[in-house]
Ligand binder design. Structure first.
Ligand SMILES: [Zn+2]
Ligand SMILES: [Zn+2]
Length: 573
């Protein structure tokens, strides 16, 4: 049996993730990991809080506290939210974990010893008042390309150009606001050009999807450049290279290594400190990364290059599922404009299953998609309630009241009965095919389609008309109908884990639907004649007709409530 490592991009914890962040990496990864486990596959699902680096260090300096004080609380808050969204991480850790810090330092020393790290002097901004170099976002100035007055040392947020801090017009210190000096300082670089040939060869032969592969091949074709891996930040992992005292490892490089260190930490906690190697050092292990499209170069070029340079037998990325962007009512999510929905606010309105379901339906798989309240309303009321909830309730209520809550012995089957049985017993394979091609949206569409077909089957076969005159025929119909509902419970499990489990219990089944192998069992009718179901209850609730109009106001109210619960770093001024 193949092993899997499912990884989702590490959220930077100076913000609560918004709905676009959730579907872009974490929720998509969770659906996939849950599916694999239901098949009985061997999976480790990891992620963690990315907490080092400039934005949080600046916040801490401004507030006069140690950055870890801020990220301890932020990490706890965000971790709890992921639990509420039922994200089934095997390990959700953080970049301050001792295992991570130790691993990153050891890993970079290997790159150094293998000749992939060199040092060089660079001219960088320095603040004589704060007595420090000003990396990346520590320096603010006017963009030389578009004239935006608040461009940073690494990038202009207005035109998106990557910048070197010496290009900024009128550069100022982001801490004290004063003018900066430029001084020479030594930095350490990852020698990517040395790996150009190997990366190109690997990319060409890799199993990465076309969008990721083509983007990366273009990047490599332009020629790989050395990347600076050290920063003058204090808040980070100390760079281990001789002569690099006082420097830290650039956050991007260490966060990528978190996929490995989180696996190590997971097995350390289980008391098997070396078992991580049976995943990461096995070329048969399938590693799958769920990320936003802006992170492609780091995952498809820099990360595999680092793994190659280590000289250890790491398995390289097997698949990278890179989503496009989710927009909110036609525009990008923006904290500064307060435009969007953040995941703690969303839970004030509705339970997690509703958001999970709707976000998968809106997943930006091939192009940017738009979250609108109207579409959310339609998905909840039509897909979740009219199709799935209604079908489940019709079947269970009728079985409960007219068949003494008992699955009947099926009688003779008509062609329609046989076709429907064929349809629901093959549904697990159809949904699986989409999931394994990372088309999560179509996979969910296929699940909804099972409920639609079920409703059509009931309408066409009308068991309520046959119960008295043709009980054997009615028994066949209800045997099929209730078994298709059991299949539905299994197929819903990766998407709406709480509702799927509720349905499982309504069906009178033992334990939980979230059980290894159940996906394959659902390729045959799960319920035997004589099995008794429990009292049915509605699976989902409908939204009131004026929901879409009132949603903005409800979110504004929710925002006021969550702001009081958030720790200082995550609170908006
Ligand atoms: Zn600009
Ligand atoms: Zn300053």
């Amino acid at each position: 049996m193949a092993k899997w490592v499912v990884a989702s991009a590490w959220p930077y914890v100076n913000n609560v993730p918004h709905l676009g962040n959730l579907i872009g990496s974490i929720l998509s990864a969770d659906v996939f990991a849950r599916y694999l486990r239901l098949r009985g596959e061997d999976v480790v699902f990891v992620s963690g809080s990315d907490e080092h680096g400039t934005p949080i260090e600046i916040e801490a300096i401004k507030r006069g506290v140690h950055p870890k004080e801020l990220t301890d609380q932020a990490h706890e808050y965000v971790s709890k939210l992921f639990q509420e969204y039922m994200i089934s991480f095997d390990n959700y850790t953080r970049t301050e974990s001792e295992t991570h810090k130790r691993f990153v330092q050891g890993f970079f020393m290997r790159l150094y010893e293998n000749g992939y790290i060199f040092d060089q002097y660079d001219t960088l901004p320095y603040c004589p008042r704060d007595k420090m170099f000003l990396p990346d976002r520590f320096v603010v100035g006017t963009c030389p390309y578009c004239g935006y007055p608040k461009a940073h040392g690494d990038q202009c947020d207005n035109c998106g150009r990557l910048l070197h801090p010496t290009e900024l017009i009128n550069p100022r210190c982001a801490i004290c606001g004063g003018p900066v000096e430029f001084r020479k300082t030594r930095h350490w670089f990852f020698d990517l050009p040395k790996l150009q040939g190997r990366i190109l060869e690997w990319l060409k032969n890799s199993s990465l999807p076309a969008n990721v592969k083509n983007y990366s091949l273009n990047w490599v074709a332009e020629g790989l450049k050395p990347r600076s891996v050290t920063r003058d930040n204090k808040w980070g992992i100390p760079a281990p290279f001789p002569g690099a005292e006082g420097k830290t490892i650039y956050v991007w490089f260490e966060a990528l290594l978190g996929y490995i260190s989180a696996t190590i930490e997971y097995f350390e906690k289980l008391g098997e400190p070396d078992r991580w190697k049976t995943y990461w050092f096995d070329q048969e292990t399938k590693t799958v990364y769920f990320i936003g499209k802006d992170n492609i170069p780091f995952h498809a070029i820099i990360f595999p290059a680092m793994l190659m340079a280590s000289g250890e037998p790491y398995t390289l990325p097997w698949y990278i599922s890179a989503t496009e962007y989710l927009m909110y009512e036609g525009e990008q999510f923006s904290k500064s404009r307060r435009h969007g929905i953040w995941i703690d606010e969303a839970l004030e309105l509705l339970p997690a299953d509703y958001w999970r379901f709707a976000l998968i339906k809106m997943r930006p798989e091939t192009k940017d998609t738009n979250f609108t309240w109207e579409e959310f309303y339609r998905i909840v009321n039509s897909d979740m309630n009219d199709d799935i909830g209604n079908y489940v309730h019709r079947v269970l209520k009728f079985l409960y009241s007219r068949f003494n809550a008992t699955v009947p012995e099926p009688g003779p089957a008509t062609r329609e009965d046989e076709e429907f049985m064929e349809y629901y017993t093959t549904a697990p394979d159809r949904v699986a095919k989409h999931l394994e091609s990372f088309r999560l949206k179509q996979a969910l569409e296929e699940v909804i389609e099972l409920a639609r077909r079920g409703n059509q089957y009931l309408n066409a076969r009308a068991p309520w008309e046959k119960a008295k005159m043709a009980p054997a025929e009615a028994a066949t119909i209800m045997y099929n109908a209730v078994n298709s509902v059991a299949t539905l419970a299994v197929l819903l499990a990766p998407f709406v884990p709480a509702a799927a489990d509720r349905l499982w219990r309504m069906l009178g089944l033992e334990g939980t639907v979230h059980r290894a192998g159940v996906w394959l069992e659902a390729k045959k009718p799960l319920l035997k004649p004589g099995h008794r179901i429990s009292r049915p209850e509605p699976l989902f609730s409908k939204l009131p007709p004026d929901f879409a109009e009132k949603a903005e106001a409800m979110i504004a109210e929710a925002r006021r409530r969550v702001m009081e619960k958030r720790p200082p770093l995550l609170r908006w001024q």
